[in-house]
Design a protein around this ligand. Structure first.
Ligand code: NAP
Length: 335
């Protein structure tokens, strides 16, 4: 007899995709078990919305909603329908066997009839040694203005925000509350951010834009003192004195732990081969949210795909799950 803990459905993740999948699965009596993750410096249970101040574009909240409160409410709703939650990571999977096998960060060996992967994405870094050093030591380099920006260290300083998307605009606007000046450093002369966020940032007197620029090094011993920049058009090098650096250059999907057991796109996002379906390359394994969506990346679309994944998984189980697959194999082999 197997000593592994057997589950009908395991959901990995704790953002809008994971909790929505849990609500749907729990209401369908699939008794989902959610592995919400243990958290790290750049990711905590609840996902990226835990790093957001006000979410203004999630329908149903005319006055906006705080990202942390929103995720607490999502989780509460899932738990209300008896979703069980474990605050651990899934660190290894074996999807070549049935039931599917998973191992948690504290060594629990699990098996599941179906798995939903909703592990989201993690903040990306520029990749400079001094950036990493000062980020790890708390020396004024961060990938999350909302988490770290209110620290006294940044008050009345000139701080830099790198990036040209919505996250960079949001971080710049947030930091303008505390800093003397915020310099947005963008590698092009055109922003990727939505019009409304661009307008807000540009209307803020404390925010200035340094176009066509990339950071080539971060200066400072214990604490950041400045940046070395290169103009992407002329190649000219310059320096900028800053007391803080916020990196907001997008995200990388959290799919490494899958160890290649599920097909990924070249950019690391989980492949869902059929349009408008959440099935992955492994029958019985479904994907939702920012781990599979490299295009929309919104809280509401993550929630939507979480719902889709739960419905897809439910139908897959209702149609016999792995037994149906084996039936197909028998039929195919006997033909
Ligand atoms: P994003 O839209 O992918 O933007 C990333 C930005 O970083 C781009 O401007 C990109 O430059 C720049 N970049 C990427 N790699 C770089 C590198 N190595 N060095 C320098 N610059 C680099 O990511 P995001 O801003 O995190 O947004 C992700 C999604 O979340 C988007 O769909 C966004 O709409 C959504 N979001 C919404 C809100 C909101 O509505 N309040 C807030 C945050 C995020 P290029 O433009 O040249 O590619």
């Amino acid at each position: 007899m197997s000593e592994r803990q057997h589950e009908k459905m395991i959901i990995i993740g704790s953002g809008p995709a994971a909790w929505t999948a849990a609500v749907y699965a729990a209401r369908a009596q699939l008794e989902p078990l959610v592995y919400e993750g243990e958290g790290s410096r750049t990711m905590i249970p609840g996902g990226q919305l835990m790093f957001t101040t006000e979410v203004e574009n999630y329908p149903g909240f005319p006055e906006g909603v705080n990202g942390i409160n929103m995720m607490a409410a999502f989780k509460e709703q899932a738990v209300r329908f008896d979703t069980r939650v474990v605050t651990e990571d899934i660190v290894e999977v074996d999807f070549s066997v049935r039931p599917l096998r998973l191992i948690s960060s504290r060594g629990t060996e699990l098996e599941a009839d179906t798995v939903i992967i909703a592990t989201g994405a993690n903040a990306r870094w520029i990749g400079l040694p001094n950036e990493e050093r000062l980020a790890q030591s708390g020396g004024g380099v961060s990938a999350c203005a909302v988490c770290d920006g209110a620290l006294p260290h940044f008050r009345d300083q000139v701080v830099a925000v790198v990036g040209g998307g919505d996250s960079a605009m949001e971080d710049a606007i947030y930091m303008a509350k505390f800093a003397r000046e915020v310099v947005v450093i963008h590698r092009r002369d055109e922003l990727r951010a939505s019009k409304i966020m661009q307008d807000r940032a540009m209307a803020n007197d404390k925010i200035r834009f340094q176009w066509n620029s990339v950071v080539t090094d971060v200066r400072g011993g214990d604490v950041i003192t400045g940046l070395e920049l290169r103009d992407t058009v002329t190649g000219e090098e310059s320096e900028l004195e800053v007391g803080g650096l916020f990196v907001a250059i997008g995200h990388t999907p959290n799919t490494d732990f899958l160890g290649g057991r599920v097909a990924l796109k070249p950019n690391g996002y989980i492949e869902t081969p059929t349009a408008w379906r959440t099935a992955t390359s492994v029958p019985g394994v479904f994907a939702a949210g920012d781990a599979m969506d490299d295009f929309y990346k919104q809280a509401v679309t993550a929630a939507g795909t979480g719902c889709m994944a739960a419905l897809d998984a439910e139908r897959w189980l209702a149609h016999g799950g792995v037994e149906a697959l084996e039936g197909e194999k028998v039929t195919a082999e006997s033909e």
